[in-house]
Ligand binder design. Sequence first.
Ligand code: ATP
Length: 296
Amino acid sequence: MRLRPSSRDASTVKTIHETPDLQDDAGAPSLDLKIGGTIEFRNVSFSYDDQAPILRDINFTIPAGRTTAIVGMSGQGKSTLFSLAMRMVDVADGAILIDGQDIRRVAQGDLRSQIAYVNQSFVAFPGTIYYNIAYGAVSLGELASKDEVVEAAKAVNLYDTIMGREDGFDAKLDKSGNKMSGGELQRMGIARALVKKSPILLLDEATAALDTATETKIMDYIRNSKESRTTVIIAHRISTIMDADQIVVLGHGRVAELGTHNELVAKGGIYAEMWAKTQAGSLSDMPTVVDKPIGP
Ligand SMILES: Nc1ncnc2c1ncn2[C@@H]1O[C@H](COP(=O)(O)OP(=O)(O)OP(=O)(O)O)[C@@H](O)[C@H]1O
């Protein structure tokens, strides 16, 4: 059985799905994912509030149905790339195309309904654990079914934890997500995104609080799920991203390197240096990698 969201929670989602500052063209069409969600950053530049550019002439393509990782030191603009792809903000120059369509020309609500986004903060709604996960499907018009919620909870290694508690999936959460640890709430966030079954999944440090074994299980599930999904991961932990089909290294607002883990290690650049330090046990996270200037 599928429940309908409460009107108050639905209005929260409406706010998320419509950015007041950015207007749709009259009669803006839906996003037509004819390829399955290829995201192209074409000559993209961006700055916040007339400040110095955060991103400069960014060019790369995220292939449909594959996993792409974005790495780089803190403050390089990784999360901003996600904000741009969801059109929370608009590019200053260039364009972002999804399956060949400029995202400024399609209906914003439809664009965001095709994208599931997870960051480190899980917004809990007062209601049951079931409701809090099922809510991920709300932009599709109704909550996810119990079976879909159970599948997602299993995928993020949360099923046994939930069932081990009094009331199981019917246990009530308040806004602070009481009864759950930070890592459990992070997995709730991923489960909520999974029930959306969107063709595009953006994970911004979404597994940072999890142990490596749990993270690997979740990433394996996403990679092997029957739905073809374009997955983009931002992460500092190298173990999170090394199996990606493509790794984009951002530095000084530009794409500094792009390739697979093996290609980038062989290249001997920034990524290789990060990897060498990880191997030596002196580095687990990206931010401590040497901050080299990137050429034009
Ligand atoms: N809403 C905003 N308004 C103004 N500046 C912002 C805003 N959001 C981010 N910035 C700035 O833009 C730069 C890029 O931020 P962003 O969060 O995209 O980087 P990041 O690479 O994801 O960093 P981290 O790894 O620390 O999460 C930073 O200098 C940040 O302070």
